[in-house]
Design a binder for this molecule. Structure first.
Ligand code: SAM
Ligand code: SF4
Length: 325
């Protein structure tokens, strides 16, 4: 397993299959977003070649993301290829619009589970946050994912002031009825949506206060120690946890075990730092597997300790949708 210069074992890869999306969430991209030309993005064969190299290096967990991974025309063959590479811990983060049709084929192709992003349970506000999304389709997708066994299912919600801060209560209430972990993600600043992210951020403390005022105490699970990237709590009588991913105010850099492959084939070493290494150009120029493996190992070695937001260093080169959140 590759190790970075701080001694962290890196065994988790997130792959952005495409920077394109069928929604336009206010905190993620502008409505007139310009995407990268398709020829600049990894082909399916290139994705799977890199997946096999990462598997050989010791990566044992992969998440597909984007952009919206479910609009990739080869999503099912890619999932099959990941499984064939020996990686059984595979998941996908999706906006859920296509899940109703894709859940069963994804499970059959070897996908283990999904995270679905739902920022509010109010159809009109959902449309306002996502611009192009339809809540009913997403909820149908969640039902299909559960029926197909893409579980344990997790719901991701980004909270933006002026959009959905009041909705955190109804989202947290889901955990009383369903076995779905509901995670509140702190907004992060990227590129030209950085200003919005910084002005509309809501603290974990405020979200907790809103939930507790309506639903009672949130009890820390395992002293709210990190479970992956989330700190977990539970409401009395709940079937699942409420999680907080507070990357900006409460970072989890010390236990970070991941790197990201951007849709255009760059290895992104930290979500919130622009430092990357290009894998696609050497691959297209005929690099051997051994050469690519050495390149990946060297890049991972130089993974930075953590993000620089407290020092005012904001990632400007890319948006979340290109990196793969
Ligand atoms: N399209 C898929 C989705 O929305 O689930 C996958 C890609 S999306 C970039 C992955 C996750 O990043 C989503 O849960 C989304 O809400 C979150 N996200 C997007 N922009 C963000 C930002 N500026 N700060 C924090 N989270 C963000
Ligand atoms: Fe698309 Fe996901 Fe970004 Fe929303 S958060 S615009 S669904 S990539």
């Amino acid at each position: 397993m590759p190790r970075d210069s701080y001694g962290r074992d890196i065994h988790y890869l997130r792959i952005s299959l495409t920077d394109k999306c069928n929604m336009r969430c206010v905190y993620c991209m502008s409505e007139d977003m310009v995407f990268q030309p398709t020829e600049d993005l990894m082909t399916t064969a290139e994705i799977l070649r890199l997946v096999n190299l990462f598997a050989r290096l010791g990566i044992d967990k992969i998440r597909l993301t984007g952009g919206e991974p479910s609009i990739h025309p080869d999503l099912i063959p890619i999932v099959r290829g990941i499984h064939a590479a020996g990686i059984t811990r595979s998941s996908m983060t999706t906006n859920g619009l296509h899940l109703a049709d894709l859940a069963q084929p994804l499970k059959e192709a070897g996908l283990e589970r999904v995270n679905v992003s739902v920022d509010t349970l109010d159809p009109e506000r959902f449309h306002r946050v996502t611009r192009w999304g339809h809540l009913d389709k997403v909820l149908a997708g969640i039902d299909a994912a559960e029926a197909a066994g893409l579980t344990p299912l997790k719901i991701n919600a980004v909270v933006a002031r002026g959009f959905n801060e009041a909705d955190v209560v109804e989202l947290a209430r889901l955990t009383l009825t369903y076995p779905w972990q509901v995670r509140f993600i702190e907004m992060m600043p990227f590129g030209d949506v950085a200003g919005f992210a910084q002005s509309a951020t809501i603290s974990q403390a405020e979200i907790m206060q809103r939930i507790e005022a309506e639903l009672g105490p949130l009890h820390p699970i395992d002293e709210a120690r990190l479970d992956g990237e989330a700190r977990l709590y539970r409401l009395d009588g709940a079937r699942a946890a409420v999680g907080f991913i507070s990357t900006v105010t409460n970072p989890f850099c010390a236990s970070c075990s991941r790197v990201r492959l951007t849709a255009d084939g760059h290895l992104r070493l930290c979500l919130l730092r622009d430092d990357e290494g290009d894998l696609l150009t050497p691959l297209r120029r005929g690099a051997t597997d051994d050469q690519l493996e050495a390149l990946i190992r060297n890049l991972i070695w130089r993974k930075p300790w953590g993000h620089g937001l407290p020092d005012g260093v904001i990632p400007l080169d890319r948006l979340m949708s290109q990196i793969g959140g």
